[in-house]
Design a protein around this ligand. Structure first.
Ligand SMILES: NC(=O)C1=CN([C@@H]2O[C@H](COP(=O)(O)OP(=O)(O)OC[C@H]3O[C@@H](n4cnc5c(N)ncnc54)[C@H](OP(=O)(O)O)[C@@H]3O)[C@@H](O)[C@H]2O)C=CC1
Ligand SMILES: O=C(O)C1=N[C@H](C(=O)O)C[C@H](O)C1
Length: 270
């Protein structure tokens, strides 16, 4: 039985993660959960927070206080918090699944460094569909990339803080790598006013924040006379949460290293 801690248990993903672990109660159980100290859910049973009934585990306001109580931490909070949690786990040799997005490149390097000591799975999107779509994007980019304009459009709920989404950026990286381009040199984040016509080598990003959209991503490969669009639409956060729980059960007992969701899903075959 894998003992799982969930950071940010009162958040949208935190609550869904508790439900997802409950759905895998033959393999895993929630043995710790955290909130910020000023959260109204602080100290409340994590099962009650998530709406699945009491689990006998009260949410803690400090991960440090429950480091003995879990095998794997699942963290979908915010970049700074995730890094603090990661350092605590590194100090005691606990595995971490990171779903948080919005890291700077320097923060990503800190995560890679920590993964020299502990097993870490990190993915901006834990759904199987998105990770399969990344393979399709690589194929499409290699086949069409130099003859088409490539635009990435993403839409999320009004509460999302980071933009573009971590998934959209990952899609951009996969496409840029496939085409031998550097994303930081070719990315165009939104357009406004009068300027030059489009440079074919650029990869454009457009962001929508509205209502309760769970997460939509479309990549457009537009050429002369045809365009290919690859779209993924998440209709429930459970797709991300069940992917993260699968990653946590896969990660328990592994050797240190930075693993991707491709490793978990067996998509790393070439
Ligand atoms: N990889 C994937 O598949 C997915 C990734 N995400 C990412 O996950 C992250 C969270 O998303 P979402 O659940 O919608 O956001 P929420 O804001 O709903 O949840 C985050 C929760 O973490 C809490 N929190 C922040 N810092 C700490 C801390 N130090 N200790 C304990 N709790 C803390 C927040 O509290 P407070 O509100 O008080 O700040 C909040 O309750 C985002 O980065 C998002 O992009 C989301 C979905 C899928
Ligand atoms: O914040 C969200 O909600 C989501 N964030 C992730 C991202 O930034 O890509 C994944 C998913 O699309 C939902």
């Amino acid at each position: 039985m894998i003992r799982i801690a969930i950071a940010g248990v009162a958040g949208r993903m935190g609550r869904t993660l508790v439900q997802a672990v409950q759905d895998k109660s033959d393999q895993a159980r929630v043995t710790a959960g955290t909130t910020l100290p000023d959260d109204p859910q602080a100290g409340i049973d994590v099962g009650l927070v998530a709406g699945v009934g009491a689990l006998g585990v009260c949410s803690s306001t400090s991960l440090k206080a429950c480091l003995d109580d879990f095998d794997v931490l699942i963290d979908f909070t915010a970049p700074e918090s995730t890094l603090q949690h990661l350092m605590l786990c590194q100090a005691v040799g606990k595995a971490v699944v990171i779903g948080t997005t919005g890291f700077t490149s320097q923060q990503k390097q800190q995560i890679s460094a920590a993964a020299a000591d502990i097993p870490v799975v990190m993915a901006p999107n834990m759904s199987a569909g998105v990770n399969i779509s990344l393979k399709l994007l690589e194929l499409a980019a290699k086949a069409m990339g130099d003859d088409v304009d490539i635009e990435i459009v993403e839409a999320h709920h009004r509460h999302k803080k980071d933009a573009p989404s971590g998934t959209a950026l990952r899609m951009g990286e996969v496409i840029a790598d496939a085409l031998g381009r550097k994303l930081e040199e070719v990315a165009v984040y939104g357009r406004e006013g009068v300027g030059e016509e489009r440079d074919r080598k650029t990869i454009g990003f457009a962001t929508i924040r509205a209502g309760d959209i769970v997460g939509d991503h479309t990549v457009i490969f537009a050429g002369n006379g045809e365009r290919l669009e690859i779209t993924h639409k998440a209709s429930s956060r459970m797709t991300f949460a069940s992917g993260a729980v699968r990653a946590a059960t896969w990660l328990a007992g592994r050797t240190p290293g930075l693993y991707s969701i491709d490793d978990v899903l067996g998509l790393n075959v070439t």
